[in-house]
Design a binder for this molecule. Structure first.
Ligand code: FMN
Length: 191
């Protein structure tokens, strides 16, 4: 499928048919997500993959019992990782030039408190974009979701404080049908 078709055919799926996505296909999707762009290439994301029914059931009430949570194949919990220094160290080990590493450390030091989380979360949404379009390109369906309690998800998934649930992306095979897209006109969007 060409990218324009991917964008036009992707839609926010409300219910999945429960069928499991084969491991090789999911691995392809993981590659598309992992290769998302991020500022400085710091990649401040960790993505918890939930496939077992018991955990999905435990999470559902903390997402308004939206049916996507329990009917999907793989529930991706996109988390922002605020330990930026660890990622910068990994980039240094991977061969990033010394000057660039120093610039990244300076940048990270300047990001304090809420600004650090907000910055990391902005990057997470780029990975989410790859997930929803990547899924469609691979013949899968998805739904970007913010209707959940990040605090309760962190508790159920026993996440450390630096891994902050930011957005969800259930993946699977839709059992509903897309509705016509409602989008503002080009003249409004572009000025
Ligand atoms: C960040 C984000 C959060 C969203 N949260 C939810 C959600 O919690 N539940 C849901 O059913 N849809 C959710 N949506 C889906 C939007 O409602 C949907 O993308 C929008 O209505 C446009 O429809 P389309 O994606 O089918 O074209 C979310 C979308 C985005 C981008």
């Amino acid at each position: 499928m060409e990218f324009p078709q991917v964008v036009m055919q992707r839609y926010a799926t409300k219910t999945f048919d429960g069928k499991k996505v084969p491991q090789e296909k999911f691995a392809q999707l993981q590659e598309l997500i992992r290769n998302a762009a991020s500022s400085y290439n710091i990649q401040p994301w960790r993505i918890k993959v939930v496939t077992d029914d018991a955990t999905k059931k435990a999470l559902a009430p903390h997402a308004w019992n939206q049916p996507q949570i329990t009917t999907c194949s793989h529930l991706l919990v996109f988390c922002a990782d605020t330990e930026l220094e660890d990622n910068i160290d990994m980039l240094a080990k991977a061969g990033a030039p010394e000057q660039y590493v120093a610039a990244m450390h300076g940048f990270a030091e300047g990001l304090t408190g809420e600004r650090r989380l907000a910055w990391a979360q902005r990057q997470v949404y780029l990975a989410l974009g790859n997930a929803i379009n990547g899924a469609k390109a691979l013949g899968l369906d998805s739904c970007p979701m913010e209707g959940f309690s990040p605090e309760e998800f962190a508790k159920v998934l026993k996440l450390p404080a630096n891994i902050v649930p930011t957005t969800l992306c259930p993946i699977g095979y839709a059992s509903d049908a897309p509705k016509p897209k409602v989008r503002f006109p080009k003249e409004h969007v572009f000025f």
